[in-house]
Design a protein around this ligand. Sequence first.
Ligand code: IPE
Ligand code: IPE
Ligand code: MG
Length: 259
Amino acid sequence: MSFIKWPFKRNKITYESDATIEVVPKHVAIIMDGNGRWANDQGLPRMRGHKEGMDNVRRIVKMASGEGIEILTLYAFSTENWKRPKSEVEYLLKLPKEFLNVYLPELIEENVRVKTIGHFDALPKHTKKAVQYAIDQTANNTGLILNIALNYGSRSEIVNAVQSIAHQVENGNLRPSEIEEATINSHLFTKELPDPDLLIRTSGEIRLSNFLLWQLAYTEFWFTDVHWPAFTEAEFSAALHAFQLRKRRFGGLKETKKE
Ligand code: IPE
Ligand code: IPE
Ligand code: MG
């Protein structure tokens, strides 16, 4: 097997058997952590870390798009992040608008399609407005899907799914024995998306923090100590390279591209 370093020239590895395995993950999910610590390390206020983190999204989106990744899901604000001081919550929820104000034209030019997962309705009006505008403006784009997890929490996502399936049963539209994995999938925020192939978490924490608990069942994990604002193209490249070397078996004995 050849080892491909970024920038990738090809996105397939050919094995001796002539079988080809796609090596670029189709769906990459990132827990963008460590903005506060990054700022703290340089004696800057936490908000500065969030701002740098936001600018880094641009770099990473560009690279993801260039590498042929189809979906990039970014954890931007969790259902637990409301616990932070009000001023920080307000700042964090202003960032999508700031980001889109500056970068939406670039996203459009790159043929990126913006989507979100999470409890959208509970977001402040100004956040919803800016994000909805970006969703609408990019709705017909056919390139990278930039899927922003905003006010996202996996447990509440599953609770909502269970409630809505229970209603269907109550109304006589579904028998309990008819509930299968696909039923649950179809009630999640991610219903239109394949599960992530690769999960990246920056800043050294080895936990999921309520992110995509159902969807990550067979995802490859990659952790780095680097804080999100310092997560460069070279870091991303290292993660993609590590992914290429993973042998995904999905419970079977042979390496498989997909379940
Ligand atoms: C990630 O950075 C941004 C969000 C969680 C919204 P943090 O703000 O969690 O930074 P640390 O983990 O405190 O360094
Ligand atoms: C996870 O980071 C959430 C986001 C990156 C949006 P946190 O910083 O909130 O996670 P914990 O609190 O360290 O688990
Ligand atoms: Mg954190």
